[in-house]
Design a protein around this ligand. Structure first.
Ligand code: ADP
Ligand code: ZN
Ligand code: ZN
Length: 733
């Protein structure tokens, strides 16, 4: 037998091995093997067994060790990851690895870890130690404080000295024991599933929950509900049914959406194990969660993009909240889209999949309008909340103070005076997006990117937001030597500073990646907001999504024009989604909300459709334009991106690729290649980038074309100097 093994490398192929010398002749696909690979060893995944190999048998090396008795990658995950590898044209070895938690990739066993804990002996008392044995007494006191047991790490963290545990054990005062991690709330299972009663549903919610209850087998559903309409309540009641039937629910949320607030809402409702797969988990905790999901004891799993690869023993429902969110698409390496994989997975399991959003992606909307997906609506806000009132604030000929117009400042005053809160949105962190010479006009550019350096004041430095380069603030213009370098434009730091001047008696809370870097910083800000006292929130898209701020009555978008004239054909869609998500923070409870959009383009048709008619009307217009332009979702795209250390290299590489394909007529009919072009930001992090776009009405010829081109690129002599990647269904250009 030949073992055909997937190994994480950039190569699009499997590797053949003989069976282990001291081991079984065969194993099941999905088991891990340790194999020699070049001069090193690698952990690979067995994909299949074969009778023969193209490599002569005496050239094949044996597998060193079979790591699993049964497949660690369950058949469904194996299928999902290998399908995704084919669909996204990604090397199979890397794709299969990414479906595993880090510890399993490293070869650790797929078992819960027994941990040694310590506790005080039942007969132990402090009197048994002399007063002079101070360190031992401290340690014993800690043990007595933790009757359930404590690990050596935790002892050390609390100031104990674990080296003395042995001494205490010899005196019969301390006892070690083995401990398995316990699944949270596992002991409560079997009693009532509900911890709190569900809310009485309003009509539209009722209809949505009904529709979900009737769904049999694979049923993709778009739940289009305006912000504050109670989508989460629909999720909760759909999950309830799933729990009653003994199945598991997987909930995907955007990166910014996995807040303690969200997790609390699920935990508060159900008396079953709810596991959150967030970035704060250690590798060990992540593996434990994975194992609980696989054995079926974790009943609700909430996670961001990569949680789509969570194994499920009894899948019942998959939910993708804020399905339009860009964070569901992985932007490097294995460029999968978790929302699309969720639909694939639901089809394989033959279960419903619920995609929720106030501003659905045009792809999903198109699927719903063309009848491929069911389409449910929540058109009104839940409870007493009213939709916010929109206003386009024309700032042509207005005096702006760091981007704040006088009417806006006036409006902020009014709201604060009524004792409510205000939220200002600007998707630009830092003090100022550029530092410019007042004498010759030269801006300070990043040396590694085609981009300006952003000025930060807290602490003072320049920062490139594209490659992360940081430098001190220069004193002189590099071009003319002038010392008159001035900030140009506004970022959140500068707005924060100006607001503090205008409103000295009101707390100004900035929420962006810089202000929330420290642990618990965001939580502290949120606590202050939820206290309800008047305050001004200023922030980037971190503030835009998911949050429920009952006291916010005014939302202002400081620069509504930011995305209007983007070169990306998705620019308008993204702008509309962002504006409506931010606007959705206003007036979510009993107090009416209002939304101001500062714009230099108050008669822009898109802005007007959006604020006067709503997202649906906007999206239908936009879909019309896409159809006319033969753009997605009416055509399918794939991008070949290339980058190299010298100018022109990447573009020439793609050009020769295209010429080769054209000359030999390698591309199937219906596939157009467009480009190559330099990328929008040609130079980034020291690399020069270019891209070739492939477009087709049908998917299958597009995939054939990609397979051909991938082969050509691998064999291309320049492929040593040019790094290339594929992006199927790209969401940005
Ligand atoms: P969405 O996710 O659609 O933005 P949420 O699910 O966060 O909306 O609901 C917004 C607010 O409305 C929440 O405070 C929620 O508790 C409340 N809510 C939802 N459904 C109902 C209902 N049927 N009756 C009363 N309040 C509700
Ligand atoms: Zn100058
Ligand atoms: Zn840079």
């Amino acid at each position: 037998m030949i073992f055909r093994v997937a190994i994480p490398t950039p190569l699009y192929r499997l590797f053949d091995y003989r069976p282990p010398v001291y081991g079984p002749e065969a194993a099941l696909p999905g088991c891990r093997v340790r194999v020699p690979f070049g001069r090193r060893e690698a952990i690979g995944i067995l994909v299949s067994l074969a009778d023969s190999s193209e490599v002569p048998l005496d050239k094949l090396k044996p597998v060193l060790e079979l790591l699993d008795a049964r497949p660690v990658l369950t058949p469904d995950l194996f299928h999902l990851a290998s399908w995704a590898a084919r669909y996204y044209q990604h090397p199979i070895g890397d794709a299969l690895q990414q479906a595993l938690p880090v510890l399993l990739r490293q070869g650790q066993p797929d078992r819960f870890q027994h941990q040694t804990l310590w506790r005080a002996a039942t007969t132990a008392t402090m009197e048994q130690l002399s007063a002079r044995a101070e360190r031992q007494r401290e340690l014993l006191a800690l043990l007595l404080d933790h009757p359930q047991g404590i690990s050596t790490d935790a002892l050390r963290a609390e100031g104990g000295n674990p080296a003395l545990l042995k001494t205490l054990a010899e005196k019969g005062l301390a006892v070690p024991f083995e401990h398995l991690p316990a699944l949270p709330h596992a002991d409560e299972q079997g009693s009532d599933i509900l911890r709190e009663p569900p809310l009485p549903l309003h009509d539209e919610q009722q209809a949505a929950v009904e529709a979900l209850h009737q769904a049999r087998g694979f049923t993709p559903i778009l739940l289009e509900g305006v912000t504050g309409s109670g989508k989460t309540e629909v999720y909760l009641q759909a999950i309830q049914r799933c729990l009653e039937q003994g199945t598991q629910a997987l909930v995907l949320v955007p990166e910014i959406g996995l807040t303690p607030q969200t997790i609390t809402r699920f935990k508060a409702r159900f008396r079953v194990p709810v596991l959150a797969l967030h970035s704060g988990l250690t590798d060990r905790q992540r593996l434990d969660a994975w194992l609980w999901a696989r054995e079926g004891s974790a009943r609700i799993l909430i996670g961001t993009r990569s949680a789509i690869f969570t194994p499920l023993r009894n899948p019942g429902l998959i939910i993708v909240d804020e399905e339009h969110d860009g964070s569901f698409k992985q932007q490097d390496g294995f460029r999968y889209h978790a929302r699309d994989l969720a639909v694939f997975r639901a089809r394989e399991y033959d279960i419903p999949v619920l995609l929720g959003s106030a501003t659905p992606s045009l792809e999903t909307l198109h699927n719903a309008l063309s009848g491929r997906f069911h389409h449910l609506h929540l058109s009104r806000r839940a409870g007493n909340a009213k939709p916010p009132r929109f206003e386009l604030l024309d700032i042509r000929q207005q005096q702006l103070d760091a981007g704040l117009s006088t009417p806006l400042l006036q409006r902020i005053h009014e709201h604060l005076a009524r004792g409510t809160q205000v939220l200002l949105f600007l998707n630009r962190r830092g003090f100022s997006p550029a530092l410019v010479c007042h004498d010759c006009g030269t801006p300070v550019d990043c040396t590694r990117c085609d981009a300006r350096m952003t000025l930060h004041r807290k602490p003072p430095h320049l920062h490139c937001h594209h490659c992360d380069r940081q430098t001190p603030i220069p004193r002189q213009c590099a071009h003319c030597g002038s010392t008159q370098l001035r900030p140009a434009g506004n970022g959140t730091e500068r707005i924060e500073e100006r607001l503090a001047d205008h409103f000295p008696h009101t707390p100004v809370l900035r929420v962006d990646r810089d202000s929330t870097q420290r642990k618990h910083a965001l939580e502290r800000i949120m606590t202050q907001v939820h206290s309800g006292a008047p305050c001004i929130l200023v922030g980037t898209q971190m503030l835009a999504k998911g949050h429920h701020f009952p006291k916010v009555t005014l939302v202002a978008v400081l620069d509504a024009d930011a995305g209007l004239f983007s070169a990306d054909f998705r620019g308008m869609e993204k702008t509309a989604q962002l504006i409506l998500q931010v606007a959705g923070r206003a007036g979510r409870a009993d107090l009416p909300g209002e939304v101001l959009l500062q714009t230099f383009n108050a008669d822009h048709p898109m802005l007007n459709t959006l604020v006067h008619t709503g997202y649906d009307a906007f999206a239908r217009e936009e879909l019309g334009l896409r159809r006319g332009g033969h753009l997605p979702p009416f055509a399918h795209h794939a991008l070949i991106r290339a980058e190299a250390g010298q100018p022109a290299l990447a573009e020439n590489f793609l050009l020769s690729l295209r010429e080769l394909a054209d000359q030999q007529q390698l591309l199937p009919a219906g596939v157009q290649s467009i480009g190559p072009f330099p990328s929008l930001m040609e130079k980034r992090a020291g690399l020069f980038r270019a891209q070739l776009l492939l477009q087709s009405r049908q998917r299958s010829p597009l995939h054939q074309a990609l397979a051909v081109l991938t082969g050509l690129m691998q064999a291309h002599p320049e492929s040593r100097r040019v790094r290339w990647t594929l992006d199927v269904d790209p969401v940005d250009s």
